[in-house]
Design a protein around this ligand. Structure first.
Ligand code: NAP
Length: 248
């Protein structure tokens, strides 16, 4: 594998695993993060220590000015973008729909949906043959929650992932003829910090018996599906979804 890979939300969890695996496979990697510089720099240091090339760029994917600066930094420091992983995403504390505020809904829609659209827009402007580019691949992070709905926990989050599914389907068809393959991965319950940010650090342990494989997944197991979709091994796969859920 070669080329330039941008992973949004690459400082921790699934994004960090994807950045590490991508760098090991030969990509020059930009890992984006929102605020946790220490975590981002630790991933960059690991990649460089292993002989890879990586930079970390702070940017809020929900902020258009930040996104434009993020992509311009990639252009300048790594070269022409060939792969984007729209991974940055947030949960809000577990809550019923009856208790959801407008502020909460705005935050989650902006980070999970608007952020993915803005990053895809910038990627398309660089990759699309209709814009003078040489093609590329985009992988969006959806969730099994798009199918299950996350009742009593975060229906808002699940709905943003439903939006990502539709976004993936539509965008894949829109740009397939312009050299860009767009696909999505739908993780199940994966061991990362995101559950703590939803207010339940032990969520994986509570729910793992509901998973047919009787365990939570590891970030690396999701990263491998993402890297496959980005690779030439997936050269005829567009508008596809890989569920990485232990059978859930
Ligand atoms: P995580 O461990 O909570 O890490 C989130 C990452 O996203 C961090 O790098 C964070 O940066 C970054 N981030 C958050 N908001 C951002 C923003 N507005 N702009 C830029 N970066 C932002 O998350 P994860 O569990 O790895 O999840 C990654 C993706 O997989 C998400 O889209 C999530 O919805 C999806 N997913 C996860 C699971 C699961 O069980 N873990 C299941 C299904 C789907 P900082 O470090 O700077 O905060």
């Amino acid at each position: 594998m070669q080329g330039v890979l941008l992973v949004t939300g690459g400082s921790r969890g699934i994004g960090a695993a994807t950045a590490r695996l991508g760098a090991a496979g030969g990509y020059r990697v930009c890992l984006n993060y929102r605020g946790n510089r220490q975590a981002a720099e630790a991933v960059v240091a690991d990649i460089r220590a292993a002989g890879g090339e990586a930079i970390a760029v702070a940017a809020d994917v929900a902020d258009e000015t930040d996104v434009v600066r993020l992509f311009e930094t990639v252009d300048r420091e790594l070269g022409t973008l060939t792969a984007l992983v729209n991974n940055a995403g947030i949960l809000e504390p577990q809550c019923r729909v009856a208790d959801m505020t407008t502020e909460r809904l705005s935050r989650i829609l902006a980070a999970n949906v608007t952020g993915s659209f803005l990053c895809a827009r910038e990627a398309i402007r660089r990759m699309s043959t209709a814009h003078g580019g040489k093609g590329g691949a985009i992988v969006n992070l959806s969730s099994v929650a798009a199918r299950l709905g996350a009742p009593g926990e975060y229906v808002d989050y699940a709905a943003t992932k439903g939006a990502i599914d539709t976004f993936t389907t539509g965008l894949a068809k829109e740009v397939a003829g312009e050299g860009i393959r767009v696909n999505a991965v739908r993780p199940g319950i994966i061991h990362t910090d995101i559950h703590a940010s939803g207010g339940e650090p032990g969520r994986v342990e509570r729910l793992q018996d509901t998973v047919p494989m009787r365990r939570g997944g590891q970030a690396d197991e999701v990263a491998r599906a993402i890297l496959w979709l980005l690779s030439e091994e997936a050269s005829y796969t567009a508008g596809g979804f890989i569920d990485v859920t232990g059978g859930r």
